[in-house]
Design a protein around this ligand. Structure first.
Ligand code: PMP
Length: 458
């Protein structure tokens, strides 16, 4: 939408209120206040509608989360029923509720084998933050309290609380709050297109995985608690690991007795074509974080799943565990999560992401590789990345914010595609139809054409 165009008085009123009082996440506050935020008023299926009557196709499923698509009445009704029956009660004082009790059982059916205990929280950040406390406690119970260092990856995104932001390797997230906290270290990530040079992808995958061993030896295995990573690094550039990567990482974790935490906040609930990214890549994590697709974003809810090693230790510690949120195991969020699981299963959305929908998505995605400014396309399930380059052979980039330019062209054409540096990213609802994918990719190509024209490359 052109922000200079005439807008309605109602929109202007919302924008003014918002500009005065709403502190936006990850935004230049004054710049946004001046420009005026786009007001999204409703959504249906894969489409968002704004207050100026635009119909926008959401190629990002919100923030990678609306897996079942917008407007599913099953989720709304489940939430409404729970709101009437039990809008709230806590799970601290020897109480539970039917929704949360059932949710644990249903999650255990779809998570990787052995991960069958769940601690509930409200966001991905809280899940990762809780995981750090659980794992530190685990090592303390083992008589190894000095195992406190968490190794994660550069460019990784694991959330914004002090600890989750410290796990995150996006360095721009650190200076404003004087982060990372002590006991965090970051290693390279398997970005073959950007860093692999002439290496074969699998050779590169091993090379990068070995950085974990180097870091463990540098810190001392006796001080390292866990390695933390997403199966596919999402907000950190949509990095799909070479096949060789995860087996070596797991071998190193075993060799040095380091726990492995999979952050499945994006990859979970079908995104990579299986229930979890750990299934797709044969990862056997000790602990796992989930959020987003757990309720398709209809309610805030997250969990840390515990495998037998950590789960049994916590279960049998013989003392009270000092951790929990007011809203841990919230009945309404749990009810919505159950309805979300029902829809994923009834509509076979996970199978489709790994089957016909995913195939159609990847066919369209890879067809963009012929575009003059596209250097690489990569995808898995319903995750896709498009690398924007000036020179396909040398992988040289254009100067300036090419991704931002392309994203703005998408936005003008009523398509949401995210830019991460020079990488365009797609993560549409798993419920997207083939016809909607055709429409999405027609708009994506149009935006690429417009970007190329601006850059004099077409
Ligand atoms: N982990 C990953 C992999 C994420 O992508 C995100 C959010 N994008 C988070 C954690 C943090 O989740 P939240 O924003 O719900 O705190």
């Amino acid at each position: 939408m052109s922000q200079t165009a005439q807008i309605s008085n109602q929109t202007r009123r919302w924008q003014e209120m918002d500009a005065r009082h709403h502190v936006h996440p990850f935004s230049d506050q004054a710049a946004l206040a001046k420009k005026g935020a786009r007001v999204i008023t409703h959504a249906e299926g894969v489409y968002l509608y704004d207050s100026e009557g635009h119909k926008i196709i959401d190629g990002m499923a919100g923030l990678w989360c609306v897996n079942v698509g917008y407007g599913r009445s099953e989720l709304a009704e489940a939430g409404y029923k729970a709101l009437k029956e039990l809008p709230y009660y806590n799970t601290f004082f020897q109480t539970t509720n039917p929704y949360t009790a059932e949710l644990g059982e249903r999650l255990a059916e779809v998570t990787p084998d052995g991960l069958d205990r769940f601690f509930f929280a409200n966001s991905g950040s809280e899940a990762n933050d809780s995981m750090v406390k659980i794992i530190r406690y685990y090592w303390s119970l083992q008589g190894k309290p000095e195992k406190k260092v968490f190794i994660s990856r550069k460019q990784a995104y694991h959330g914004v609380t002090m600890t989750a932001a410290s796990l995150s390797g996006i360095s721009a997230m650190h200076p404003q709050a004087g982060l990372p906290l002590p006991n965090h270290a970051h290693i390279d990530f398997p970005y073959w297109y950007g860093m692999g040079g002439d290496m074969d992808p699998n050779e590169f995958g091993v090379h990068i995985a070995m950085k974990l061993e180097e870091k463990i030896l540098e810190i001392g295995a006796e001080n390292v608690a866990a390695f933390v990573a997403e199966p596919v690094q999402g907000a950190g550039g949509l990095i799909i690991p070479p096949d060789s990567y995860w087996p070596v990482i797991q071998e190193i974790c075993h060799k040095y007795d380091i726990l492995l935490h999979a952050d499945e906040v994006i990859c979970g609930f079908g995104r990579t074509g299986n229930w979890f990214g750990s299934h797709t890549y044969g990862i056997v994590p000790d602990t796992m974080a989930m959020a987003k697709g757990m309720t398709s974003g209809y309610q805030p809810l997250s969990a840390v799943a515990l495998g037998p090693r950590v789960g049994d230790a916590l279960h049998n510690s013989g003392e009270e565990w000092s951790h929990g949120f007011t809203y841990s195991g919230h009945p309404v969020a749990s009810a919505v999560a159950l309805a979300n699981l029902d829809v994923l299963q009834k509509d076979k959305l996970v199978e489709k992401a790994g089957g016909e929908t995913g195939e159609h998505f990847l066919k369209h995605l890879h067809a963009l590789a012929d575009h003059p400014i596209v250097g690489e396309t990569r995808g898995v399930g319903l995750l896709g990345a498009i690398e924007l380059v000036k020179d396909k052979k040398t992988r040289e980039r254009f100067e300036g914010d090419t991704g931002g330019l392309c994203r703005d062209h998408c936005f003008e054409n009523d398509l949401i595609m995210r830019a991460i540096g020079n990488t365009m990213v797609l993560s549409p609802p798993l419920s997207i139809t083939k016809a909607e994918l055709d429409e999405l990719f027609t708009l994506a190509r149009k935006a690429l054409d417009a970007t190329a024209k601006d850059l004099g490359a077409m």
